[in-house]
Design a binder for this molecule. Structure first.
Ligand code: ADP
Ligand code: MG
Length: 377
């Protein structure tokens, strides 16, 4: 929608959050993921300026920050503005002729909650900066540029899943993404399944958390496997028996990291099969085993998230639950019977509320489309 006040034309853009059904910490290992988008948004109102300055207000922080477009590639910054600056820098590096802009950024997603508020922010800002400059890029290209922005400017060695899902997702479907070939297959989420997200209330700080440690552990495990004679370009190419044969060289910790990646990739493919066969019980089993693998082998869960998963799984009607996102806190995804959604949601919220001393934020995953300009449709 375009609006106008004081002779300044404003345009509005929005990008949803995403929930990954299964396939955690597999994207940066060239593996498989199965995200879907949900109707919580980062919204950006944008007005073009005559100069080359980007001035951005982040209402969730009550802060305004600014930079010159011509300094975007080189300026040192941190915090939320680094994402905005990074997106501007990457778009310009790709040849986009951006113009100065005043941006107002409003967010509905929990920050650091595993629903990818960061990629949602990046995609909303990218849509706004491109839109007001009259520039266009294919959605997969914008996703890759936003991923690079997060890696280079916010210091998070993330994979492509979040940006790709938010840029290219389809309403009401999960997207099986092969993070090596970038081939996508959309899988309808059957009516027999409802998805609920519950925030543990524990916040992660990605650049400071173990996220980058895990990415480098995977690189180091791959080097060790290569040195042991296993021809693999990424952990995705390693078979369970090869990983077991190299257990001594890898050591216990790296062996478990590799085991998570290998078994999680298989679980994604099995989950697609379960969705296609409309088998929510099987989907729930896979989600539960994903959580155990993330907790025990990848060691990215935490006490509160484990408690939340235990509470969820003890509720009648729940098929399975697991941590979502990078880990070390954040949200839990609950796969449940839609007919019992009300009681499941309130049951988990009240029992976890007793445990934490505060009722948690909950969200029912709703069908939504990919990032873009808001038009009155
Ligand atoms: P997640 O992506 O799981 O929510 P991250 O740690 O990757 O967690 O990203 C959270 C960071 O993204 C925030 O700390 C902030 O810097 C930035 N961010 C996300 N949404 C907004 C927003 N609406 N306004 C300003 N910054 C935001
Ligand atoms: Mg993020």
């Amino acid at each position: 929608m375009t609006g106008s006040s004081d002779n300044v034309t404003t345009r509005r853009y929005a990008a949803p959050g995403r929930v990954n059904l299964i396939g955690e910490h597999t994207d940066y290992n060239d593996g498989f993921v199965l995200p879907t988008n949900t109707g919580l948004y980062t919204r950006v109102t944008a007005a073009a300026r005559d100069d080359r300055r980007i001035s951005a207000e982040a209402t969730v922080f009550g802060e305004t920050a600014a930079f010159e477009l011509d300094d975007a590639a080189t300026m040192q910054s941190s915090g939320w503005i680094a994402y905005v600056q990074g997106v501007a820098a990457m778009l310009m590096q790709d040849g986009a002729r951006l113009c100065g802009a005043t941006l107002r950024i409003e967010g509905e997603l929990p920050l650091g909650g595993g629903l990818s508020s960061s990629a949602s922010l990046e995609l909303a800002v990218a849509a706004a900066l491109l839109g007001i400059a009259g520039e266009e890029r294919p959605a997969p290209r914008i996703a890759a540029l936003c991923r690079d922005a997060e890696r280079r400017y916010a210091g998070v060695n993330c994979g492509i899943m979040d940006q790709y899902s938010i840029a290219c997702g389809k309403m009401g479907a999960a997207m099986l993404l092969d993070c090596r070939s970038m081939a996508t297959t959309f899988v309808a989420i059957p009516d027999s399944v409802a998805l609920l997200v519950i925030d543990s209330g524990v916040k992660h700080q990605l650049p400071d958390s173990g996220y980058n440690d895990r990415a480098s552990e995977c690189e180091s495990a791959l080097r060790t496997l290569n040195e042991a004679g296993i021809a693999a370009d990424s952990l995705r190419d390693v078979s369970p028996s090869e990983a077991d044969a190299c257990r001594d060289q890898l050591g216990d910790v790296l062996h478990r990291r590799v085991r998570h990646v290998i078994t999680e990739n298989q679980r994604v493919l099995d989950a697609v099969d379960a969705l296609q066969r409309n088998d929510p019980l099987r989907l729930g089993e896979l989600v539960n085993s994903s959580h155990r693998s993330l907790r025990d082998d990848y060691e990215v869960s935490c006490r509160e998230v484990d408690e939340l998963v235990t509470i969820a799984n003890s509720c009648e009607g729940v098929f399975g639950s697991r941590m979502v996102g990078a880990g070390f806190g954040g949200c839990v995804l609950v796969v449940t019977d839609p007919d019992r959604l009300d009681e499941v949601e309130s049951g988990i919220a009240s029992r976890y509320g007793e445990f934490r001393g505060e009722r948690p934020w909950t969200h029912r995953v709703t069908a939504t489309h990919a990032a873009g300009e808001i038009t009155d449709r």
